[in-house]
Each structure stands twice: as C-alpha cells, then as structure tokens.
Design a protein around this ligand. Structure first.
Ligand code: EPZ
Length: 459
C-alpha cells in the first residue's frame, strides 16, 4: 500500500491541466453496454475506478482498450453474463451504473448492491423506483439486485428523494429509457454536468433526449443505438481541488482545460473567501496571496457547491480568518475528514450536517489517514499548507479519482512523494514527539535525559 509524504509550506505556482471527469466517464462507459458497435471516448482519465469498470465491463462482454492517443475504445459483443459481481462493485459504487444499460439491452441484469460507504448511507431505492416505473420486475436476493423485463415501456418518473435527485440514479434511468418503447419523462432529474455529458454521448449514439441539464428530461425511445465518438467533459471536482491547492498554500496557479461554467458556485465561494479568481476562456487563475476570510457555504445538488468539494473547502477555511460554517445537505454524514484535520491542528467541530471551522490556524504536519476519495484530497491540501512533514495514508482512495495527482502537484512546486507505507518511510520528525511538559523528570538507572521519545506509528 502506498502513502504520501508531503513537506508543506511551499506556495504553489504555475500552470496545470485538468483531466477528464471521472463521474462522467463511468456512466458513459457503462452505457456502452446498451450500444451496438464500437465507441471511442476521448479525455477518459487514467484512474483506479476507470480500470475497475474496465474489468467489470469485460466480464459483461464490452472490451475496453486504451489507444496510444489516450482514447478508450469500447467494443461491445454479446454478453456471456449479465452479472455484475460483488468483488468489483464493492470497490466502486459507480458499478451500479451498469444496471440500467444491461436491463435495456438484455432484458435481464443481476448487479451486486454496493454495500457500505464512508460518506454515509447511500441507498439505490430511487434507481430501482425509476426502473420499476419503466416496467422492470425487480427483487433483491443475496445482496444482488435482479431486474427483468421483456420490454421497457416509457412513462413519467419522479426521481426526487429526501436529499434532492440522484446523479447515478438519473444516469441509470436515462440509459435504460433510451431503448424503451415510447416516451419517458423524468421529473426531478439530476442536473449535474456529468448527467448532461452522458445524455450527449447517448444522443451521439442515436438517442432522442431533450431537457438535459434541467430537472425535466424527455426521452423518446429508439430501437437501437450505434457506436459513436465522444469527448468527456473536464473534471470540475479535480479543477476545484487544484484551485484550492493554490489558495491554501497562498500561491498563484493557473488551471487550463477547465469548463468554468461548471464551477460557478465554487468560484463564487472562493472569491468570497478572498481568493483572487480570474477566468480567461478555459483557463482559471487563482491567487491565494490575499488575506482569506471565513464564509458560510452549503453543499447542495448542482448548480450549488458540490458535496464533493465540502471536505476540501473545510481544509481551506481552517486557514482563513474567522468562523466558517460548512453544511452538507447531500451527504449529511460526510465528515470523516474532521478528526484527521484536527490531528493537523485544525479547529473543526461537527454540528449535525455542518462543520464549524475556526481560523486562522497554522496547520502542522502529522500522520493522517484517508477515509474516502474527497477526504483524502482535503488531507493532502492541508498537508501542503502545513508546517513540517505529513504522512497521508490509504491514498488508494485518492487514486480512485485524481489522475497523476502527485505529479500535478509537483509540477506546481509541491514536495510530495509517493512511497510504500512502512515505518522506514515515515519522516523522523513524525516519529519523535516532545515529552509532555508536565511529565516529571524521573532520574533513575535508565534515565537518558532525552528531550524526545521515539514512537512507532501505532504508538
Ligand atoms: C454521485 O453519487 C457521485 N458519484 C458522487 O461522487 C457525488 O458525491 C454524488 O453523486 C452527489 O453529487 C458518481 O457520480 C459516480 P446521489 P451518487 O445518488 O449518484 C440520496 C465522488 O467522490 N439517494 O446523487 O451515488 C443519497 O443518499 C463521489 O466522486 C437516495 O436517497 O449520489 C444522497 O443523500 C462520492 N436514494 C443523495 O440522494 C437513492 O436511490 C444524492 O445521492 C439514491 C440517492
């Protein structure tokens, strides 16, 4: 297992390019199951989740091949199995995106329920409700969703839930309804750019869809879809994370290849915090050398601040002047990063679905543990700003969603090393802790008088 050793304190400077969006690429790749003939995807990020989905699609009859020019070629053939196995789906919840396309194409899908998740309860009841409305018979047996239907029939479907719509649920219903008989109207559809990108891919493949990017999507079913070429949108979450890397280190960075129209709310919050933001076409400049101040922000479905940026904003606000309030109304339990940030000196307290963040804090390097993808990004950001070295463990979470993250940070001047997680690779500063001042001196036969003690990482 790998970990990052980060020596913080260097203001990041320079220019870096945004990769393709993971959360667009995954449902688009899954939709290839419903398409006849090969498709070619450009701008697919090279990530652990993409590789996991590649393996899953392989078991379902879609061969995925990375071309030398960076494109991903998807070649569907007759599936020998319609079973999405637990071993693959548990590693990546987006595996559930194969449910709708499999059902539409083969009239049968058996997909493992993804199981537990560190960002809170993540049911898929809305996915199932939508597919049932299209006429599927669905049951859950031994941890698997089994969906069957001779013919899907278009209908009106309401996808609103207690926390808004559902992103991958909308993708599942959309990818199934494109091959249904008649017209489907999705009400309370997710408006996220990743859903729009899936819709555009399906339109290129011959689907008839209107209303993408609005809560009302209309789909007129077609008998078949054919392979096409599509370029995946830039990753708005990676983009915003890199902008915060610049701001939290009080540096100045430029982000190229972004789509600023997908980042309106995040850029607004960063401006409010005091980050100098300038947009020039697809390049976003962020200047973090100005004083940063506290804000209140709420993560909500698109176009608001995304829940996937909540942890990273919390890390930034720990370094800003004043008391901030960060609320997550999409995943109200997504706060595992708080205790790890506290290990770096951040003053953060959870109150229900909110984090109260006191600042400014001069963060200090520490050994911390990543609990999920965006929490890991927040810890890396905090480590970049911290005084002294930090160790961020379990970065396999980070590898799921950030392409060549350490290389990109290094290109901006960060000191980040990927090393094997072993005590030998922990910087000596983190193995030594000062003796507590109150500890009485205990002269005796073994007293060495040393001011520091060496501890194992578990100590
Ligand atoms: C997608 O997850 C993203 N994943 C998540 O990104 C992102 O955090 C989330 O949307 C919200 O934007 C992918 O796109 C692969 P939801 P998804 O269904 O689709 C509740 C990352 O870090 N809900 O939109 O699983 C749910 O509990 C990941 O890249 C139901 O109640 O999220 C949540 O409160 C993490 N019933 C809210 O809706 C359902 O059937 C939104 O969830 C489905 C969801």
């Amino acid at each position: 297992m790998d970990m990052f050793v980060i020596r913080g304190g260097t203001p990041l400077c320079g220019s870096v390019a945004v990769s393709g969006a993971k959360n667009a690429a995954l449902p688009i790749m899954s939709a290839a199951l419903a398409i006849d003939g090969p498709s070619r995807l450009l701008n697919v990020p090279d990530l652990a989740d993409v590789r996991t989905l590649t393996s899953l699609l392989g078991t379902l009859g879609v061969q995925c091949r990375h071309e030398p020019d960076g494109a991903l070629e998807l070649r569907p053939s007759e599936a020998s199995s319609c079973v999405a196995d637990y071993e693959l789906v548990r590693r990546m919840r987006a595996g559930v995106c194969v449910l709708g396309p499999l059902l539409a194409r083969y009239g049968y899908a058996c997909v493992s329920l993804p199981g537990g998740c560190n960002i809170g309860h993540r049911p898929i009841d809305l996915h199932l409700k939508g597919l049932r409305a299209l006429g599927a018979r669905i049951r859950v047996e031994r941890g698997y969703v089994i969906a069957e239907s001779e013919r899907l029939i278009g209908t009106d479907i309401y996808l609103g839930g207690p926390f808004g719509s559902t992103v991958t649920g909308t993708c599942n219903v959309l990818s199934a309804a494109v091959l249904a008989e008649g017209v489907t109207n999705i009400e309370a559809a997710a408006c996220e750019p990743e859903v729009v990108d899936l819709g555009r891919f399906l339109i290129s493949a011959g689907a008839r869809i209107t209303g993408l990017g609005t809560p009302q999507i209309r789909i007129e079913g077609v008998p078949r879809l054919t392979g096409c070429k599509h370029t995946v949108i830039p990753d708005r979450i990676e983009a915003a994370t890199l902008l915060i890397a610049g701001a939290i280190t009080r540096g100045r960075i430029s982000l190229t290849g972004a789509d600023p129209s997908h980042l309106t709310a995040v850029l607004e919050v960063l401006r409010e915090i005091g980050v100098g933001i300038r947009v020039d076409g697809t390049t976003i400049h962020a200047d973090g050398v100005l004083p940063l101040r506290a804000v209140e922000c709420v993560a909500l479905p698109y176009p608001a601040v995304p829940t996937d940026m909540q942890a990273q904003l919390t890390a930034l606000l720990a370094t800003a002047e004043g008391i901030s309030l960060v609320t997550d109304k999409v995943f109200p339990d997504r706060f595992m990063h708080i205790s790890e940030l506290a290990r770096m000196g951040a003053r953060v307290r959870r109150e229900g679905a909110s984090a109260i963040v006191g600042g400014p804090t001069r963060l200090s390097g520490a050994s911390v543990m990543a609990s999920d993808l965006r929490a890991s990004a927040a810890l890396v950001l905090a480590a970049l700003a911290a005084e002294g070295p930090s160790v961020v463990r379990r970065i396999y979470h980070l590898d799921r969603g950030y392409e060549r993250f350490e290389a990109k940070l290094r290109s901006l001047g960060a000191d980040v090393q990927r090393v094997e997680d072993s005590p030998a690779n922990v910087p000596p500063e983190l193995m030594e802790v000062a003796s507590p001042p109150s500890e009485p001196a205990m002269p005796g036969p073994h007293w060495s008088g040393a001011a520091t003690r060496r501890l194992t990482p578990q100590g």
